[in-house]
Each structure stands twice: as structure tokens, then as C-alpha cells.
Ligand binder design. Structure first.
Ligand code: C2E
Ligand code: MG
Ligand code: MG
Ligand code: MG
Length: 289
């Protein structure tokens, strides 16, 4: 009976795996189609400088409305794009689109584009970045590339050379999702980041009693300050979190308290105003998601 049970479980498990693999293959096919038909979009989430309460720029975030399944999370389809190699093409499209959109906005506004570790490992990246910038006619300093800690798992020499080439072009570099991966102080010593983005998992739960998140955020911001880097707190949703983030010395905030990711049109309306950002929601009660 034990043997049968074991075999039964294995059977169910392998069926699940099979279904998962099929779903992924179908999604890959649909994604390829969406890329060809230019059905991917970029939405833009404001990043607010706390010193001025103004929008300093936007993070460009991929969006895909699947013809039958509706909106699919980028967490899911970016993973599919990475597994299939499609990420190189999608990543280049996102860089070009973001630079073209940036060209429509005032020069003090910047745009941040997420770069997959697989793009970072591609020696063509600096050429792609440089041509996206020059084709759109924007200055390099207005483009920030968001890179996660996983790029440091690759070959050191290649990583250093890539950083040097990107800095030579003049783009800014942000370390995304800081604290969730292989956080090591070693690479902060040499990698030329302009900004550290503190992952939203540190912001979440920060307001709860006994939470250690605030102490961690304070340490990250003082370290960043000492190294001459800015800090953005990701995923700030309510006033309590915003007050703490301010107290802990973060220079920038990104989160639903200001805005969700916006369409290009809505983002443009936002910059056409005076660029001041107002936190949303009730002052003391917790904001709902
Ligand atoms: P990320 O780069 O860390 O982007 C921030 C994510 O946090 C976005 O999720 C954003 O919508 C979400 N967020 C911002 N503020 C709040 C908040 O107050 N509360 C909550 N709960 N969430 C907030 P999104 O757009 O679903 O993107 C998820 C991830 O997908 C991104 O994480 C990034 O890793 C990846 N991604 C998105 N666009 C691209 C892209 O163009 N290229 C690559 N390689 N990856 C991308
Ligand atoms: Mg990001
Ligand atoms: Mg992030
Ligand atoms: Mg993330």
C-alpha cells in the first residue's frame, strides 16, 4: 500500500509538472506573438524626491494584456522571456520605448528601466543603450538602469567591464531589490551605483511593533549616504510608512501612496502639472491596497 501511495503521488506530481511545462510553452508562444504584434506596453510609476516632494522620474514597468487571460504579471512573463531568450528583444524594445517616451518629458525628469541579468551578460548591451539614447535624442544622464544583485553571480571581469562601459556612456545605475538576494558589501566597494533601491519587503511590516525593518533601512541609508548614493524605498503604501521612511533618511520614495504605475498619457499629465506629488489616502488610518 505504501508503495502504491508513493507511486500515486509521483504520478500526480509528474502530471502537475507536465501541465506546468505545457502552460509555460503556451505562454512563451503567446509572448512571442505579442512581441511581434507590439502588444507589450510600458507603464510608468513616479519616483518622488522627499527633499522637494517633486517627481524626479519614473520607473518603466512592462505590461502585457493577454488576449484571453487578461493582464499577466511581469514577474511571470519576464521569467518566461528569460527562459526562452526573448528577454534580449523585449529588453531592447523597453529601452528604446522608454527613451522615446522620455524625450517627450521635461529635461529634469528621468526614467529608470529594468535590465535583466541576461541582458547585463550580453556584451551588446552598451551599444544598445547608446543607440536607444541617441536615436531618441535624450541625454544619457536622464536614463537609469535598474540591475539586481544577481548580476554579481556572473564572471567578475565581465561584470566590471560592463559597469565601466555603461558609466562611460553616462547612464546612471541603480541596485534594485536590495536586501533580497546575495547582498554583499564587497560589491558596493567597487560597483559604480548611483542609487540603492530598498526592496519593499523591508517597508512591509516596518510599522509593526518590534519590527527590525526600520533599523535595517536606517543602516542601508547611512551606508548609501556615506558612499554618495541615493536611496529609494520601494512599495510605500501609507502615511505611517512614509513618515518612518523619511525619518530613516531615504532620499526617494516609490509606492502606491503617491501613484500606481501609470500609462504614458497619465504620466505625461502628471509631469505637465507642477510636478509636486501629494501622498494619497487618510493621514492616520492604514491605506488599503
Ligand atoms: P521591480 O523592478 O522591483 O518593480 C517594482 C514593483 O513594485 C512593480 O511591480 C510595482 O508595480 C510594484 N510596486 C510599486 N509600488 C508598490 C506599492 O506601494 N505596493 C505594492 N504592493 N507594489 C508596489 P510590477 O510592475 O508587477 O513588476 C514586478 C517586477 O517585474 C519588477 O520588480 C521587475 O523585476 C520585473 N519587471 C517589470 N518590468 C520589467 C522590464 O521592463 N524588464 C525586466 N527585466 N523586468 C521587469
Ligand atoms: Mg525595478
Ligand atoms: Mg525593485
Ligand atoms: Mg522586485
Amino acid at each position: 500500500a505504501a508503495k502504491d501511495g508513493g507511486r500515486g503521488r509521483f504520478h500526480v506530481y509528474s502530471e502537475d509538472l507536465h501541465a506546468e511545462a505545457e502552460a509555460k510553452a503556451k505562454l512563451e508562444e503567446d509572448l512571442r506573438d505579442a512581441v511581434a504584434k507590439e502588444e507589450l506596453e510600458l507603464h510608468y510609476q513616479p519616483i518622488v524626491a522627499l527633499a522637494t516632494s517633486k517627481i524626479s522620474g519614473f520607473e518603466a514597468l512592462l505590461r502585457w494584456q493577454h488576449p484571453e487571460k487578461g493582464w499577466i504579471s511581469p514577474e511571470r512573463f519576464v521569467a518566461v522571456a528569460e527562459d526562452s531568450g526573448l528577454i534580449q528583444q523585449i529588453g531592447e524594445w523597453a529601452l528604446r520605448r522608454a527613451c522615446q517616451d522620455l524625450a517627450q518629458w521635461p529635461h529634469q525628469v528621468c526614467v529608470a528601466v529594468n535590465v535583466s541579468p541576461l541582458q547585463f551578460a550580453n556584451t551588446a548591451l552598451p551599444r544598445i543603450v547608446a543607440s536607444a539614447i541617441s536615436d531618441a535624442g535624450v541625454s544619457a544622464g536622464r536614463l537609469e538602469l535598474e540591475i539586481t544583485e544577481s548580476v554579481f553571480l556572473g564572471d567578475d571581469k565581465g561584470t566590471d567591464a560592463m559597469f565601466a562601459e555603461l558609466k562611460r556612456i553616462g547612464v546612471r545605475l541603480a541596485l534594485d531589490d536590495f536586501g533580497t538576494g546575495y547582498s554583499s558589501l564587497g560589491y558596493l566597494r567597487t560597483a559604480p551605483f548611483d542609487k540603492i533601491k530598498i526592496d519593499q519587503s523591508f517597508v512591509r511590516g516596518m510599522t509593526e511593533e518590534g519590527s527590525r525593518n526600520g533599523a535595517i533601512i536606517s543602516s542601508i541609508t547611512s551606508l548609501a549616504n556615506a558612499l554618495g548614493m541615493h536611496t529609494t524605498a520601494e512599495g510605500v503604501e501609507n502615511h505611517d510608512e512614509l513618515d518612518l521612511i523619511r525619518a530613516h533618511g531615504c532620499s526617494h520614495v516609490q509606492g502606491y501612496i503617491y501613484d500606481r504605475p501609470l500609462t504614458f498619457e497619465a504620466a505625461s499629465a502628471r509631469v505637465a502639472g507642477n510636478l509636486f506629488a501629494e501622498p494619497k489616502g487618510p493621514k492616520s488610518a492604514r491605506a488599503t491596497r
